[in-house]
Design a protein around this ligand. Structure first.
Ligand SMILES: NC(=O)C[C@H](N)C(=O)O
Length: 331
């Protein structure tokens, strides 16, 4: 008898586990109400291809994700992935913060085995719910040898994405996940997993952020740039004890003149300031040498919500801007 690959499904909630009163209701539903066994039972034939079992980690709408759940997930994953019998792990997750959980795990997991996050845009009760096929695809990706060493992956809508580059781009459509300019890694077509590229950035086994020494994340706030900005929120962030500030700058991480002095004051007090961008694409580089002289870090291509995760993790190791800048260039 051939033994099937062993897959664990860790369920956290989200629309994939959501239910609503009518099958045409696509947005007015409660996320995270259905248990993991019910999600697996909606995927016909899954037991024939994998030895699969589920575990409920949380039952939340992912807009309420917390770092406590991240640590619970990460510790659970590191233990599971160290088990020789486990081929890979699938995580069912809401789409709102899926990219953040995926990137956090991409930085702290210490295994080259496949870890695949999957969700849905339509609740499980909807006509043409996207969850069951997405889940089947996630399992197929998790058992595919080409997925080994790719870092944490995200799949939705027949696409395979790297945790670092993917972002949610649409409020309700099933093709919401995109890695706009950097591109998808591959597809799943007719149940076949096909890779075309790999990320060049360090992840999982190549990242030195030892989870056993990290139990909580330092406070890092995101300040969104806009016309007519003032310094109120930046000062409030510093006064409340923030150790880092992500400035979601305009265009190439540009800083409004009314916010600049507040950010310089923050940096003088030891708060690490990272210039990211609200533009959604492109690399944040030096535009004004004055910002570099004040030790502002550049986020590379990381969007503000992902820059927040890398900065928080980096601050558990160092508060030297040049060392943090190196991490932003490599991770
Ligand atoms: N499509 C979804 O999963 C959205 C939901 N609010 C969640 O993130 O849990």
């Amino acid at each position: 008898m051939t033994t099937l690959p062993k897959i664990k499904v860790l369920a956290t909630g989200g629309t994939i586990a959501g239910s609503s009163a009518s099958s045409t209701e696509m947005t007015g539903y409660q996320a995270g109400t259905l248990g993991v066994d019910l999600l697996l039972s909606a995927v016909p034939g899954i037991q024939k291809i994998v030895d699969i079992s589920g575990e409920q980690i949380s039952e939340i709408d992912s807009c309420n994700m917390t770092e406590e759940i991240w640590f619970k997930l990460a510790n659970k994953l590191n233990a599971l992935l160290a088990d020789d019998e486990i081929t890979g792990v699938v995580i069912t997750h809401g789409t709102d913060t899926m990219e953040e959980t995926a990137y956090f795990l991409n930085l702290v997991l210490n295994s080259s085995k496949p870890v695949v996050l999957v969700g849905a845009m339509r609740p499980a009760t909807a006509i043409s719910a996207d969850g069951p096929l997405n889940l089947l695809n996630a399992v197929k990706i998790a058992i595919h040898p080409d997925s080994i060493g790719q870092g944490v992956l995200v799949t939705m809508n027949d696409e395979i994405h790297s945790a670092r580059d993917v972002t949610k781009t649409n409020t309700f459509m099933v093709n919401t996940f995109k890695a706009t300019e950097l591109g998808i890694l591959g597809y799943i077509i007719n149940g076949e997993v096909k890779y075309y590229r790999a990320t060049t950035r360090k992840h999982t086994t190549n990242v030195d952020l030892p989870l056993e020494h990290i139990t909580e994340l330092p406070q890092v706030e995101i300040i969104y740039a806009h016309a007519n900005q003032n310094r109120i929120l930046i000062d409030a962030a510093v006064e409340s004890g923030a150790k880092g500030i992500i400035y979601a700058g305009m265009g190439n991480g540009s800083i409004h003149c009314n916010a600049e002095a507040a950010l310089i004051d923050a940096a003088k007090q030891g708060v690490i300031v990272v210039r990211s961008s609200r533009a959604g694409n492109g690399v944040v580089v030096t535009t004004n040498p004055f910002w570099d002289e004040n030790n502002f870090v550049k986020s590379d291509t990381l969007n503000p919500q992902k820059a927040r995760i890398l900065l928080a993790l980096a601050l558990t190791q160092t508060n030297k801007p040049e060392e943090i800048q190196k991490m932003f260039s490599e991770y």
